[in-house]
Design a protein around this ligand. Structure first.
Ligand code: ADP
Ligand code: ADP
Length: 225
């Protein structure tokens, strides 16, 4: 089954007395192991789509399936559990915990899932080393460069071996050269782990390295060449 399936997803927001329909019937399938770039202008609904796909927000209509599981009738607790087990997030800003080391930031979600400290540390070390941060394990976020902080955020998102990775402008806060390196590391790790990825980006060059490119047009997902 696909890692993510959106079928007829609609979402509207109240804007004054009016209702603004941002998503008007989104259909999108992301196969296991596939990487998809979401390239669309600001305000077109990318974050809304990612929040709905990530079970952080409800749709008004339509269906969301995560790894074959319908989310329509799940209670909040079950949605949270499905999210923790299956979905990793990367944001434009890293949202790392400032008082903890890189290693601890990556180990923590695994310990929340129930792994021992030793198991969590071992996987965190492996991921961070793969991302070129083997010599930065005990550094706190403030002691790392912007690119390094974002690599730690990538490792954290993949720490629990999710089926689906959702990223919202993951390199939007970095200079072009750093952005290029971090995106390279991200796509390499996506390939190596076989996680499905839906990544919103403004950068067409970066998008061209992914398996598929889609955009949002009048509230619907449209495939790009
Ligand atoms: P993008 O990520 O493509 O910039 P968003 O999904 O963030 O687009 O927003 C799409 C539109 O929906 C914008 O016009 C935004 O102002 C509006 N919007 C997003 N979230 C809300 C909300 N919680 N309440 C009202 N309007 C919202
Ligand atoms: P880059 O050029 O890759 O963006 P920087 O020039 O910002 O990296 O940083 C170079 C190195 O210095 C990084 O590897 C980082 O770990 C270290 N570093 C950056 N800022 C600090 C800091 N405030 N305290 C300690 N080490 C730092």
């Amino acid at each position: 089954e696909p890692a993510l399936l959106l079928a007829g997803v609609k979402r509207r927001y109240a804007q004054g007395a009016q209702a603004l329909e941002i998503l008007r019937g989104v259909d999108l399938k992301v196969a296991q192991g596939q990487s998809v770039a979401l390239v669309a202008p600001s305000g077109s609904g990318k974050s809304t789509l990612l929040h709905i796909a990530g079970l952080l927000e409800h749709s008004d209509e339509g269906e969301v399936f995560i790894a074959g599981t319908s989310t329509a009738r799940l209670a909040d607790r079950e949605r949270t559990r499905l999210r923790r087990l299956n979905i990793g997030f990367i944001y434009q800003f890293h949202h790392l915990l400032g008082e903890f080391s890189a290693l601890e930031n990556v180990a923590m979600p695994q310990m929340i899932r129930g792994l021992s400290r030793a198991q969590a540390d071992a996987r965190a070390k492996e991921l961070l080393t793969y991302l070129g941060l083997g010599a930065r394990l005990t550094h706190r976020p403030s002691e790392l460069s912007g690119g390094e902080q974002q690599r730690v955020a990538i490792a954290r998102a993949l720490a629990n071996a999710p089926r689906l990775l959702l990223a919202d402008e993951p390199t939007g806060n970095l200079d072009p050269r750093t952005s290029d390196h971090v995106f390279g590391a991200l796509t390499e790790l996506v390939r190596a782990t076989g996680v499905a990825a839906l990544i919103a980006t403004h950068n067409l060059e970066l998008a061209s390295r992914m398996d598929r490119r889609v955009t949002l047009r009048e509230g619907k997902v449209v495939e790009l060449a």
